[in-house]
Design a protein. Structure first.
Length: 320
């Protein structure tokens, strides 16, 4: 099977920080096309276990196939589920995680597919669901929410100071005909909030972000995952491995792409470290180098934060 082209973000940095060892259990909360999982799997060997989660069934299947095609493939378990389900699924399987990674970005094939409706670069249906079986599309939100609700969504999830103008324009436009494509939506947004001199991003960017977050409950799922990490770090015998003779505690990494994701990750990781249940692996969040940004512009905004469970209270500087 031909794999879609995808460049995993901060690949070397993730592998180094997670430090996978032969026989470890690795959990990829957002498997995507398997770039991170395949790199880690090579270090686990046949005695290891790779557990894959993804809301996109096609990408999950591609990731599973990629890992299983390795010459010394570890055991692979895959779940078409949100990463909020990780602790429950591991408990059911009787496993504890040695390495955990959640890449909160989208796979390249998802962003580049017009049918997904995740981007305004190509016109397509206004969908935005990562899980095709999810009940609500972006079109349903845009065409059913009140002006106030739209304004609050764009303000809170898009952090756009033009939220009220955009919401008003959307409600006005849908009175004529439903907004059903990414091209329609982007045009309306640009009319409501034209690009200002010196503005680096397209005016539609933040509204698209807000709708993607709402449709896929991204922040809600992240909150549940962070809560599970906090509980797991505090409780030996939970779904996260704790330090023991000959076994380091679980290494947990999250790659975020905007402040709405990074702020709660920074806060919760900081609380876990402050309470003495983990230590920071890095003094500051890891970001892409100049070469990676040139090769993969989507890596520009990526931030990797990693903690190690069960370490002594760290004096690492987490103030970044």
């Amino acid at each position: 099977m031909t794999q879609p082209r995808h460049t995993p973000v901060l690949l070397r940095e993730c592998v180094e920080a997670l430090a996978p060892r032969p026989g470890d259990v690795y959990v990829d909360c957002t498997a995507g096309l398997g770039g991170h999982a395949a790199a880690v799997a090579e270090l686990l060997g046949v005695s290891g276990t790779v557990i894959l989660f993804d809301l996109d069934p096609a990408n999950l299947a591609a990731s599973k196939a990629r890992v299983e095609s390795l010459p010394s493939s570890p055991r692979v378990l895959s779940y078409h589920a949100s990463f909020a389900d990780v602790p429950r699924r591991l408990a059911e399987a009787g496993l504890t995680a040695d390495c955990v990674l959640a890449d909160l970005g989208f796979a390249s094939n998802q962003m580049d597919s017009p049918e997904r409706g995740l981007s305004f670069l190509r016109d397509g249906p206004l969908d935005m669901r990562l899980n095709p079986a999810a009940p609500i599309t972006a079109a349903e939100l845009v065409n059913s929410m009140s002006e106030r609700e739209l304004s609050e969504l764009i303000r809170d999830f898009g952090e756009d100071d033009a939220a009220r103008k955009i919401a008003s324009k959307l409600v006005q436009a849908r009175r004529t005909s439903p907004i059903s494509t990414t091209g329609q939506l982007a045009t309306i947004i640009r009319e409501a909030a034209p690009r200002r001199p010196g503005q680096g991003i397209d005016p539609a960017t933040k509204t698209f972000q807000a709708l993607r977050i709402a449709v896929n409950d991204e922040l809600g799922s992240l909150e549940r995952l962070l809560d599970a990490i906090k509980r797991g770090a505090h409780r030996p015998g939970s779904w996260l491995a704790h330090a023991a003779p000959g076994r380091p505690g679980a290494r947990v990494g999250i790659i975020s792409f905007h402040s709405l994701e990074d702020r709660p990750v920074k806060r919760v990781f900081g609380e876990i470290v402050e309470q003495g249940s983990a230590e920071h692996v890095h003094r500051r969040p890891v970001v892409a180098g100049d070469q990676e940004v040139r090769d993969n512009p989507r890596s520009r905004s990526a931030k990797l934060r990693v903690i190690r469970v069960g370490g002594l209270k760290s004096d690492a500087d987490a103030s970044a």
